[in-house]
Design a protein around this ligand. Sequence first.
Ligand code: ATP
Length: 332
Amino acid sequence: MIHARQLSRTFLTRRGREKVEVNAVAGVDLDVAEGEIVGFLGPNGAGKSTTLKMLTTLLRPTSGTATVAGYDVATEPVQVRRSIGYVSQSGSASSEARAGDELVDHALLYGIDRATATARARDLLSRFDLDGIWTRPGRSLSGGQRRRLDIAMGLVHQPKLIFLDEPTTGLDPQARANLWQHIAALRDRLGSTVFLTTHYLDEADALCDRIFVIDHGKIIAADTPEALKSAVRGDLIELTLADPDRLGPAIERLRDVSGAVEIAAVETTVTARIPKAGAVLPGLLRDLDADGIGLAAVEVRRPTLDDVFLTLTGHSLRDDAAPSPELEAAGV
Ligand SMILES: Nc1ncnc2c1ncn2[C@@H]1O[C@H](COP(=O)(O)OP(=O)(O)OP(=O)(O)O)[C@@H](O)[C@H]1O
């Protein structure tokens, strides 16, 4: 469905008096098969939107090639646009028009006759749980309803491939989870291919068959969420000591555990990565007890995509990405 080779885009920008080149996308190779839900994951400024704009023909590559739905983005842009749906970060639903009319007008733009357009609009509204909003103006809809209407607009000409640029940014946790279900249904019920960008790790993990991790304009990893996570060396084990004076002996005990790496201590907590930590834990707890090292808490955590990002890049995705809505809602 999508094949890109060495796709690149450079921008010239001013820094003070100087003109500087920004390599927004620097030699991206990617292949996406029909029916896949693929996520483009990276921090702010990594090059996600620029890549998406090149694949949807909104921006010309500086160099490299890409075919989308069988057409070349540089030489066959009209055919590419007819074959895809694209939902931008800001969406396209206007605030004054009635939701149903917007969908119909959008379909008419693609040369679809009014009767077919009306039938499709009804079907799409129902599929996205938007029954009853036909006569309502966009401005009266909730954030989640508007995003679903945006996606419905991207689907009205029945593309087999849809691009979603940060589809859930700005939504509350419930509306995000609801939208994930609708996106998954596009593939499960219609066989659509979905290419989405996100800087939310939980979103990529929950939704995507495959993830391309992008940083500084380059793809640094491409695999299933599970395979990416298994590349991190072991589970994270976290021991909070009852007595901070016992930190030294606790570290020594962890050093004795076979395969333990990244052993670190912060205040009263000792952490380490240990392969199959669940199996090792009972013996470790017995040994700590025998040494008289009391514990206030024990936690074992499977690797997350954030650990993957940290392992790959040496910096956390969260350092520069927007906080997840859950954290924002919690006031963190
Ligand atoms: N029109 C432009 N002119 C100059 N620089 C640009 C332009 N568009 C993007 N850039 C730069 O290119 C780099 C990649 O930007 P891009 O918007 O593709 O990142 P992104 O991963 O989509 O980020 P975000 O998550 O914030 O949307 C950034 O350094 C950005 O400042």
